[in-house]
Structure formats: C-alpha cells, structure tokens
Design a protein around this ligand. Sequence first.
Ligand code: ADP
Length: 600
Amino acid sequence: MENRLAQSDARRRWRLYAIAILAPFLALAVRLPLNFVLADKVPYMTFFAATAVSAGFGGLGPGLVSTFVGAALAVFYLIPPTGSFVLRDTGDSLGLGLFLSVGSFISYLSGRLQKASLHENALRLLFQQTLVSIGDAIISTDEQKTVRLLNPVAERLTGWSSAEARGRPIQEIFSVVQEGTDGVAVDPVDRVLQSGKVVGLANHTELITRTGRRIPIDDSGAPIFDQNGQLAGAVLVFRDITARREAELALAAAEKRSRNILGSISEAFFLLDSEWRIAEINSAGTRLIGIPASELLGRVYWDVFPATVGTPLETAFRKALADRKPVQLENRYDPWERWYDVSAYPSDEGLSVYFREITEKKQSEAALQRLNEDLKQFTFAATHDVREPLRMITVYVQMLQRRLEGQLDTLSDTYITQVVNGAHRISRLMDGLLQFSRIGEIEAVEPCRVDAEPAFREAIDDLQIAIREAGAVVEHELLPSVMADDTHVRQLFQNLVGNALKYTRPSATPRIRISAQREGSLWVFAVHDNGIGIAPKHQEQIFLPFRRLHGSEIPGAGIGLATCKRIVERYHGRIWVESSEGEGSTFYFSLPAAEEGFRA
Ligand code: ADP
C-alpha cells in the first residue's frame, strides 16, 4: 500500500518537472511571434508566467527548473545575437539577473505556500479522521451558538447531517429536556459561553432527535478559544446512555423488589457482609431490635452488639461462615434480658440471619421446668410420707384379720379384706405417681444409636416369670438399630409386652409377636397379642396417665402407656393401637432409624 502511494507520488513529481520544462518552451512559442511588435524588448515577459505556473503547481523545484530553462531559452532565442548565449552588455546581464532572482523568489514563495497548504490539509484530514473515529457525539458551534459541524455519531443521534445543521442555531439541532418531563433543560452552550469553562450537563438529560424520539444522554460542553485567547465557540460532547439507563432502571427495580420481599417477610432479618458489617435489615428486624436502620446499616455487628462477643452466638456465626453450613441456636442477649431464636445461612454475600424473640417461650419453659422439679420433689416426699402409715395400716389390719379369724361374721370379714385391698391400691398408685414424676427426665436424654435387639432381650429377661406364669409364646424378628436411649427402648418393650401378658384371654394361649418395618427414616415396631382387645372408644384415652380400663383384678397403676407415649414423642415418633375387642391388640410405635455405619 505504502509502496503504491510512493510510486504515484514519484510519478506526480516527474509530471510536474516535465511541465516545468515544457512551460518555458510554450512561453517561447507565445513570445516569438510578438518579436514583430516588441523586437528584443521585455524578452522574459512570458517566461514569468511559465515560472509562476510551474512553481504554482510544483513548488520550489519545478519553479527553479522553469526559471533556468526559461532564462536559457530567452537568452538563446530572443536576446541578440540570437542563436548564442552571449550577452551584449550590462543591461542584458541585469535583465537576466533580475529574471533569475524574481523567478527564484516566485519559486521559493510558491514552495512555502504549497508546504503550508499541505500541512493545513494534513491537519484538516487528521481533524476529520479524529472526529469520525471518536465514539462520542460531537457538535461544535461558534460564539453566536450557530452550529459549525457534527461528527458522524452526532449526526446519527440527532438525525441531522452536518451539512444540514451547519449555520442553524444549536437549540434546533441539540434540544435537551429533563428526563420524564417536557421542561426544557439548561442550554449547555449558553452555560459554556457564559462561564468560559467546561461544564457537565444536568443528570438524567434526554436529547430530542429530529424525529422527536427521546434518547437519554450523558454529556459535557467545553469552550473553544482562538489563537488570541478569545472565546470562539463551544463544543458539545455527548453519548447515548440508553443501555446504561435501562441497566440502572432494571437494577433499581430489582433492588426495590428485593427490598419489598425483605420488608414483607414477617420474620426479622439482617444481612452481614464478609466484614461483619450490617448490609441489610428488614422492617421486622428494626422493629424487633428497636434501633432505626440508619443507625445500623454499614456498622460492624460486634460494635453494635458488643455483648454478643465471646458468646455461643459469635462462635456459631463464625462457624457458619467458615464451614459454609447454616446454624441455628437459641441465644440470650444479656443487656436486654431477651431470648432470640437465631438461624444464620452463609452465602457469597456473607451471612443471612433470621431471628425471632422467644423470651416468653423461654420464661414459660423455665417456669415449667421449675414446676416439674417442685412436683417431683412433692411427689417424692408425699409418696414417701404416705407409704409408711399405709404400710402400718396394711400390717395392723392384716394382724387384726388373723387375730379375729373365725370370730367375725362374713360381712365384717369382707370389710377387712376391702380395707387391705384399698391399702394395696393406694400403695400401687403411689408407685405410679413416683414413676410418673420422673417422666420429665426423659426429655433430658440425648439420642444415640441403640440396637433394639439386646434392649428387647433384657426386657424379656425381666418378664420371664410373668411369661412362664401366663404360659405365653413370645416370637420376634431380628430387631433393627434406632436413634434413642437403651433404657427407653427397654422400657417400651417391658411395658408393651408386660401389658400383653396381663390382658390375656383365659380361653387362649397367649401369643405375642414383635416385629419392625422400615418407613422412610423411621422404624415402626409392632407388639401384637391375642388378648382381650380394646374397644375403639378407649383406644386413645389409654395413653393418658392413670387411665385404666380395669379394676384391681388386674394390677397396674395406669401410667405404663403414658410413659411409652412420652418416650416415643421425645424422639419425634408416634405410638398408637389397632385392636378388636375379644381378638387381640397390636401396639405400634415409631423411632428414628440409626443410619448405616453410624456409631455414637
Ligand atoms: P396399666 O397396665 O398399669 O393399667 P397402662 O398405661 O399400661 O396401665 O395401660 C392402660 C390401660 O390400657 C390398661 O389398664 C388396660 O386397660 C389397657 N391395655 C393396655 N395394654 C393392653 C392390651 N395389650 N390389651 C388390652 N388392654 C390393654
């Protein structure tokens, strides 16, 4: 490419030199016929024109060539003695000298002018290319606010071509308004011309194009000064920010949406960034904390709530972030004497914390615990205090019965027997009460892996005498492992198999079958008997404490099933019965399965 340019330039130069040589010959051809009129006067007349033409087109070099060729031709053909280069006198020499000087001077001037115009052309070209290449729209005006030029981007945005816009007032080409209004925005050219300084436009400005379309723009204006430092006009630089505006609007809408969602969450929420600063809090959060959002946002959590430093809450928060796992805890904030249920979820943003106040729940739990404790103490004391006089009553009445044997009528004998039975019943009730008062302790036990098989065998060992007395047949499948406590599992089998041995039908050999079936994450155990069965209307109430369907003919305190219910519910399980009266019952209970390979 460059090669071709250089070649065409060289050709152009040769052509200019050829003209520079030919032009004097042409001048001679014009001058020779004039010899009839002018003889040998003003011999160089036409050669000045040849020099001027050659220098005008070609600059210094061709001008000089033309001058010297012209001088040679004039001396040879026009100045006598013609046909030779001899000069007659000083006048001729002066004439030649003058021609050569003037010709050289013309050539020199032409050369300078040509260089200057080339330079100017190059500058203009550079300027135009720069304007075309700039990605921003540019409009320049003179000091009268009349448009001088628009670059292609400005042409595209305004809808005016540079040629059409030239000479028109700037307001006509560059009409801007405040976004979303029809009010005319500040005239930027006016501001530039008045202040003589670079000015930015007001935010959210819209350009109204030639076709009336509105385009959001971002822009600035700058003054143009001439060589003398005089204000000569203004230049406006602007760009279409539609895409940016749309992105901003979409972002603002998304922010508003998420704020609305947060606001509508009834649970209190705040977001901690990775520097533990409170980055977000919803209205439920500020209500619960009682501090306005403006005083919380941006502040480090530990500075706002210094009393949480070093507490389980801090440990849990740091652990959640480090392990990238959610945490949940009940935490007391000492300065406010309040309890909160706190759940924290780690994310790339930081930690999302949901919390609710549970002070009342904690207070009632504590009160309940105290009450349970008091009740346990009372029951223990009461049963202990009652048992002794009761034992005395039983012993003395039995002694009285023996002593008066045969002396009393049948009715009196029955009365005494009733007293002894009543005393035994009270004693059993006391045992039951004592046992039931310990039911609260079930809650305190932490679940661990328990193999149901050995727990079941222990329970059966304890029931051997009853099994033998009842002549019962006990069958069972291999039992699985569960998450519970082994004493509790043993207690469950002891109560249920014990009842199956108690509530039998005299007409049938008692058959008891124990099995287990997997249901999701649970094992459902079944204790089946062929005993007396339970009427449907009693099938729920038998799980309440002290509810018995029988009198003293079958011993029992009525708390066995209530205890079983408390145990399975401790592990989030369920207990229920399916039974038909006179045919038998199946008691079911569910416990969480111990995961394979798990060892507590
Ligand atoms: P208890 O056996 O000490 O009376 P439980 O709480 O164990 O107390 O049982 C409550 C009542 O449920 C029993 O009194 C009995 O009437 C009934 N019951 C329990 N198990 C069975 C069973 N396998 N068959 C028939 N009735 C039963």
